[in-house]
Each structure stands twice: as C-alpha cells, then as structure tokens.
Design a protein around this ligand. Structure first.
Ligand SMILES: [Zn+2]
Ligand SMILES: [Zn+2]
Length: 209
C-alpha cells in the first residue's frame, strides 16, 4: 500500500498504474506471481536474517560444546593417565597387587568390609575392581586405599608421612611408588589396571632398601 498515490496504485515491478488496489493485486498475481503483496506485516529484516542468525547460533553453540569437551578431556589426560583404557569400562573383574610397606614393615591389607563393590578386597589381599567404572576417577589407587580406611598420596600412607619417625627412630624421608617395578609419579591418581603390581614404600632413605 506504499504504492498508493493519489488514489492510484502502481506496480513497483513494472511501474504500471492501476485504478484500484484489487486491479493491482490481480496484475501482480498474473505478471509477478512470486510477489505476495498482502504479506507485508512481518519484519523483513528479521525474515532476511532469520536463517543466518539461527545458523550462526547453532554453530556457536556447537563450537562452545566442542571446545569445552576438548578442554575437559585435556584436563582429564593431564591429571589421570588412562592410556589404553576406555571409559565407561563396561563390566570388568580385574585384580591387582598391592605391595606396601612403612619403615620396612609390610603393610597387611585389612579384610575391609565391602562398602563399594567396584573397589574391594577379600582375604586374598588383592585389589578387586568389579563392575562398570563410568570414569577413571572411580578406580584410582587412592580411591581403593580410601576404601581400606586410610590415605595414600606422594607424602603419606597408612597414617605415616614424610617427616614422621619410624619406630627405630629414623626419620621417614621418602615415598617410593612403583608400577610393575617401574618408578611412577601418579601416586593416588594411578588408575588401577588388571594384573598390575603397585609398590608403595614410605621409608627412611638410609633405611631398608
Ligand atoms: Zn575379584
Ligand atoms: Zn569380590
């Protein structure tokens, strides 16, 4: 209706004039069938940009989700070594050995009540991982030692820590942590794997080798 001019309607495509709006409408239908003269009440800017805006929004969200996923998996990889492992694990039944000592005294694994079947032990003194682990955090050596009712990290094990005295008076100076006999710096963050042996020695450097 912007074409209305002195009671006259003009077609903006071919500049032809019509005496009535009906005549113009009819002309448009016939000559310019793609033109829809009545539907002028929407916002043409929004309509024009609607699809690009949606595409941009979806892309931005997608990029954000991907980026956070990459960040998450990166932090996970730096804090926990899960090389060669898939999570969730599905149902597993793994066994690992714990060979621990404090001041040269062998640590005897208590027959702890099973509070968490995913990580438990029996009279066999083995670490049992039984069930499905959703994340690597659920089956770390630190979590297992917690289930035994004590703590393990780079400085402490079973209530003793570096700086404490051994029963013979020597000062505890080091924590040795081995995985299958090889030195390892993961300590409590070691994700338990089937068949591995973990050696924990909290000792005096001059003490028993
Ligand atoms: Zn078992
Ligand atoms: Zn069991």
């Amino acid at each position: 209706m912007s074409e209305m001019n002195n009671g006259e309607s003009r077609c903006e495509k071919c500049q032809k004039s019509f005496s009535t709006a009906d005549a113009l409408s009819m002309h448009r239908k016939v000559k310019h069938p793609e033109t829809k003269p009545v539907e002028k009440d929407y916002n043409p800017v929004f309509t024009k940009w609607k699809i690009p805006i949606i595409v941009v929004l979806v892309l931005s969200i997608g990029v954000a989700v991907l980026a956070s996923g990459v960040l998450q998996s990166n932090t996970l990889k730096t804090s926990l070594n899960i090389e060669g492992m898939q999570f969730p694990t599905g149902n597993v039944h793994w066994h690992a050995n714990l060979d621990a000592s404090v001041c040269g005294e062998p640590y005897l694994m208590p027959n702890a009540p099973i509070v968490d079947h995913l990580l438990h032990t029996h009279e066999d003194g083995l670490i049992h991982v039984e069930g499905a682990a959703a994340t690597p955090e659920q089956i770390t050596l630190g979590k297992f030692v917690q289930r035994l009712g004590t703590a393990f990290n780079a400085n402490e094990f079973n209530g003793k820590k570096i700086g404490d005295n051994c029963p013979n008076g020597e000062k505890i100076t080091q924590m040795v942590f081995l995985v299958n006999g090889n030195e390892n710096t993961e300590f409590e963050n070691r994700v338990i794997r089937d068949g591995e042996t973990y050696t924990i020695r909290l000792e005096s450097a001059e003490g028993p080798a």
